[in-house]
Design a protein around this ligand. Sequence first.
Ligand SMILES: N[C@@H](CCC(=O)N[C@@H](CS)C(=O)NCC(=O)O)C(=O)O
Length: 229
Amino acid sequence: MPDYRLYCLPESGNSYKVALMLALCGADWEPVFVAFLEGATREPSWRAEISEMGEVPVLEQAGRRYSQSGVILTRLAERFGRFGGRDEEERYEVLRWLLFDNHKFTSYFATHRFMRCLTPTPPDPAVMEFLRSRIAASFGIVEKRLAETPYIVGPEPTIADISMMGYLFFSSQETGYDLEADYPNIAAWRERIRARRLERTLRIDAGAARPAVFLGLSAVRACRYSTSM
Ligand SMILES: N[C@@H](CCC(=O)N[C@@H](CS)C(=O)NCC(=O)O)C(=O)O
């Protein structure tokens, strides 16, 4: 039995955050596929046994289960002594960006992609417009920040970067955003993480039951791939 089991699915960028951290830390872990799109996390039994919040990711270790990617990443950073920030000041900075990520940077971008690709009926254009305005605001803030620093907190990557990568590796066809064209600093930052990811995860990629989780390549089902949004 591996040390860690990650309840996840390849389409979930929030799960990818934890998969990326486990891979970068060289952890002994395995993915546990959750039939999220079929409604598994809405089942009362799933909420009773796996997570009352009805969300993925959930990380299992030594018979205990933990949810909320920001908390999981913090726990792993402490356990592995990596990516947590170099001193107290940086650790608070990491927390500040984790909160910004969960509230804004990941949240609106992930919801926009979900509405665009994973809902059975076409989304309301006004809702999509609202989401795009919120994405423009949060991505603009990060784009400006990355003009000054290679990683979000400083010269070295932290779990704040790992968290913020959650949805950036999905294709532009899927997200509706061309990061190279519109957010060149964010695109360059993603390449810096990609280089580390490829370096550290090849062994795991090769042996994984669901390699898409690690590669960030989504096998999105029923994706409409509308190019007009
Ligand atoms: N803040 C949470 C967000 C997790 C989240 O929203 N996960 C999605 C899948 S990617 C989910 O389970 N959504 C179910 C719902 O919103 O009811 C985290 O970072 O773990």
